[in-house]
Design a protein around this ligand. Structure first.
Ligand code: TYD
Ligand code: MG
Length: 453
């Protein structure tokens, strides 16, 4: 019997050490190095094909490489297709991460059920009955989806050989274990081994594999960074569990841009694709309320109109409170200082609360002007007229700064029936035949006089 071999792995980044160290020299994390059992043998879980096809790659002149459009599998979900860059590439490995309970299993089960191809959904987390109950709610009559509850990769490959699926979904990579490694499921060496077996399988059979991965407290995909290096595409499913909206983004994509974004709404019968996100993020309230302003933002490549709410009130305690949900609190403080110093508004003794509706969070600096408008509207208790929106950054000198993709933002606002939009004077706008009125402003005062007369 072979001697048991052990090695030390950093649980954060996967670096291997011969002996224990307190700090990982690669990622500088403390106390992350753990001893794991490794059994190095020259076998692999997916070996049937690999032994016969020992192809050696030859270098080709760049002109000789064919650029025929790669065939992609349509996953029958507009948002998912878009984030992947136009469908699943055969033989690719896609990793999707997200917090527990956010809806990863729901999303992939739903996709597996809708696909017209033969799909194998492997779950190491739920029983077949549980999955069936969920499937009945989402999409009751699917004919080509197989469910397998199994965690050992060798057994999974056996079933794959029997069924020959077109797509394989693994829920989740942390529950898999391979016989060739002795450490526990979820450990670095297991995750690495199982993923590389799956990669081998995917590349040799040209079958796309989608992996679900858990994420750690600080938001990175649990197990290792190495997992992200090994796969072709890394997607992140995010959102606030208390709200219904979920955002799917690509963090890495070897076959497409990472700027695309998919938006879903969690409903009783699964996730609904949201093809026109602006409509749902803006409340359809006809009453004009003070303290709300609409910003035209761009998330990824998609223009999106969001509603910003502010509440300004006299501070009860000595130190005024400032809090922001969905927006950077430091940036809020900066904008308040700009309002105080450059525009003469006395907000120093006021509590200011800011909220972006829908539970989404936005980094786009182009919403600054809408934030300021919402604060001023609440402070004066005068509602902003209906049909007005904003797209500009505000600088430290109180100047209104230009933003990128301004034309896209204007067109989105027009499409949604807005009458006017405030943008920076320094933005070059080449739009013709637009019905929406574009206010070009350079100072906060211009906005104040435009809004409140
Ligand atoms: P799940 O897919 O199990 O999350 P994950 O795999 O990311 O841990 O999603 C669980 C949540 O989704 C759960 O709290 C219930 C909710 N849900 C719905 O609201 N509607 C549905 O149709 C389904 C299937 C789940
Ligand atoms: Mg799950």
């Amino acid at each position: 019997m072979a001697k048991t071999k052990t090695a030390f792995f950093c649980q954060n980044c996967g670096t291997q050490y011969a002996k224990w160290v307190g700090q990982c020299s690669a990622c500088k994390e403390w106390n992350t190095v753990v001893e794991e059992v490794v059994q190095k043998e020259d076998k692999s879980g997916w070996k049937t094909v690999s032994n016969t096809s020992k192809k050696i790659a030859k270098p080709l002149r760049i002109q000789e490489i064919s650029t025929e459009k790669e065939l992609r599998l349509n996953v029958h979900d507009l948002e998912f297709n878009r984030v992947l860059g136009g469908g699943l590439v055969p033989g690719s490995l896609v990793l999707i991460g997200g917090e527990p309970g956010i809806g990863k299993s729901t999303l992939l089960l739903q996709i597996a059920l809708k696909l017209p191809y033969k799909t194998l959904y492997v779950s190491g987390e739920e029983s077949q009955k549980q999955i069936k109950m969920r499937a009945d709610r989402i999409h009751p009559n699917s004919e080509s989806c197989f469910i397998l509850t199994e965690t050992k990769t060798q057994n999974i490959f056996q079933q794959i050989e029997a069924i020959e699926p077109d797509i394989v979904v693994i829920d989740s990579i942390q529950t898999l274990h391979s016989d060739y490694i002795e450490s526990a499921a979820g450990s670095i060496s297991q995750i690495r081994e199982c993923t590389s077996e799956l990669i081998k399988f995917a590349k040799e059979t040209n079958t796309p594999v989608i992996l679900i991965g858990h994420i750690t407290k600080d938001g990175s995909i649990a197990g290792p960074k190495i997992l992200e290096h090994m796969v072709d595409t890394v997607l992140q499913f995010e959102g606030d569990r208390n709200y219904v909206y979920r955002i799917l983004r690509a963090l890495k994509n070897r076959f497409g841009s990472t700027a695309e974004l998919g938006i879903y709404e969690m409903q009783g019968n699964g996730l609904r694709e949201v093809n026109n996100p602006s409509e749902i993020l803006i409340s359809k309230n006809d009453d004009r309320l003070s303290g709300t302003a609409i910003a035209s933002t761009v998330e990824g490549m998609r223009p999106l109109l969001i509603e910003i709410q502010a509440l300004v009130s006299t501070a009860v305690y000595g130190t005024p409170q400032r809090s922001a949900t969905g927006y950077n609190a430091k940036r809020l403080n900066m904008l308040l200082a700009v309002l105080e110093k450059r525009a003469g508004f006395k907000l120093g003794a006021k509590d200011v609360f800011l909220n972006i509706t829908g539970g989404i969070s936005v980094d786009d600096p182009a919403i600054d002007l809408a934030v300021i408008a919402a604060i001023l509207s609440s402070n004066a208790d005068i509602p902003i007229e209906k049909g007005v929106c904003f797209a500009a950054e505000v600088g430290l000198a109180g100047e209104i700064r230009p933003v990128q993709r301004v034309e896209q933002r204007i067109l989105e606002a027009e499409k949604l029936g807005f009458d006017s939009i405030y943008v920076s004077k320094r933005n070059k706008i080449g739009l013709k035949n637009t019905k929406i009125e574009v206010h070009l402003v350079s100072k906060i005062e211009d906005v104040v006089s435009g809004l409140f007369g």
